[in-house]
Design a binder for this molecule. Sequence first.
Ligand SMILES: Nc1ncnc2c1ncn2[C@@H]1O[C@H](COP(=O)(O)OP(=O)(O)OP(=O)(O)O)[C@@H](O)[C@H]1O
Ligand SMILES: [Mg+2]
Length: 586
Amino acid sequence: MAKAMFSETDKINIRWFWNNYMKEKIPWLVVIMVLLIIQGFVYQQFLVYTEDGLRVIFEDGNFWDLVKICGFVIGAFGLRALISYVVPVLSVKIASEAMLKLRGQLIKKVVHLKQGYYDINNSSDLILRMVTQVDGLSQFVGKTTVNAVKDFITIFIVSGYLVYKSAILFITALIVLPLIFFILKSVSGNIKKIQRSAEVVLGAYMTSIDEMASGIRTVKMSGQEETEINRMDYASARIKDLTVRLQKTQALILPSIDLSSAFIFVLVIGGGGYMVLSDHYALDGASIIAFILGMVIIFDPARALSQFFAQMQASLILLESIKLLVDAKDEKTADKDKPAFKADTIDISINDVKFSYMNGSQVFDGISMDFKRGHKTAIVGSTGSGKTTILSLISRLYEVSGGSITFNGQDTRHFRRDSLRSHFSVVAQDVVVFNSSIRENILYANPAASDAQIEEAAKLAHIDTLMHERGDISVGPKGSQLSGGQKQRIAIARAFLRPAPVLILDEATSALDALTEKKVNDAFVELQKGKTTIVVTHKFSSVLDADKIYVIESGHLVEEGIHEELMKSSSLYKSMFEAQMSEEAS
Ligand SMILES: Nc1ncnc2c1ncn2[C@@H]1O[C@H](COP(=O)(O)OP(=O)(O)OP(=O)(O)O)[C@@H](O)[C@H]1O
Ligand SMILES: [Mg+2]
């Protein structure tokens, strides 16, 4: 039984959950346990009083005895009602606190997950785990399990009393137990399988909604509303199918319990009746009625308990999924024992670096470059040649698979990643703007900055006028209420606001008009003084003054030098440069 219900992984996960979230609640769990046991005894006492009451009625007893018995019954049920209020309040509190702790850990986890995780999983996967699945687990721990324990205790105490009343009769009733176990065992594996698929399908549904909403502009412009509807409909239909399948499997349990219980009642009424009529047993009519009443009392808890096992199988899948996220590799854990990197100026060296993305596509097969302090170094090359990847490797968003990257001669792998990144100010190719005001968006790069500094940065990035115009108004999800160039200028302002020894500009001015671009570039010249500047661009006008230009082509370094040198040879650089000049002239 236990083997079929819990896999090795389940056992590890349950132990983990218990140790981290429930163990510290032991005192409260004991309180709940005691209350539930009291509640179980209330039922048992109810049977005793009922039997006594019946005997008073049958045997023409004293009226006041009857009143006394009724009083006890009311008192007992009043106590039960009080406990019925206290226990759920307590248990939901405990479960919610445990979930608060779990969510807190997940929150810390997800921001430290490696970049590679996000190349594969999207936000809906995290939402599914951190919202839906944690919620499901919370329900299971705070309600379902507590009810199951209550049911179990009721059954245990009442059956104990029934055994005490008549062991033979009770054991006769248990003949059907093996059948129930067999059914539970056979459905539990199935339930797990279906629940696992259901989580995948729910994830797919959420992803399709997420992608539709964030890509609605493309959806509309490409006239793909129907495609999106079909995609979401398909996922939604699969959710329905799996829900029905899950229900069909779970629903096998109840009828089998009901059928067995009919059988039980026949046994008890027949067997009990026989025992009353026969002289060999010390049972009277009142005992048999009380006995049957006892069976009725444990009947509902038994039904509920059998369903609990089905729900538990489904919840184990939730636990498994959440645990996978908890166990995912993150940077913070990996960097725990490493020192922080600290320097005022930095020489960066890339030495014979090899790298492939997780999908296996190799980008670099041994590339070397130098980025010197006080110099502006440019990387040019056709699209997809690996320029952004170099920047990602320098900031250790990904790890090199061969060679090394050094800052001032020290391997970056020996330091904490966050300490390395704190030395960078970056204008990335894909600008990310949050749904807050322009001012707050700029401040994001350096929350400690003063008002005057923000003004200055906004001015240099030519976003100051808009920043004042919009004031505290938010810019919409992902900056949807801004133009591409405005978003880019926010990113540029962030770079100006963040004093750091390394300045990285990845197509930093690609969305700006020529005039604004010129002004921003002039401001950058000032900012670059004394810093290690790395510029990635398609626009050759921004690299004319570079101290060094690297030309890369499908992950290989093909040329290097300054503009004048590269223009002398019949280089790739020269042909790209001339192509752009003639394009601009035409
Ligand atoms: N996260 C990723 N996972 C897998 N492959 C990737 C990933 N990011 C980029 N690539 C691949 O790596 C190669 C280099 O990409 P990279 O972004 O470095 O090019 P790039 O030179 O910056 O191009 P562009 O000028 O278009 O920005 C490309 O073939 C690209 O498809
Ligand atoms: Mg790029």
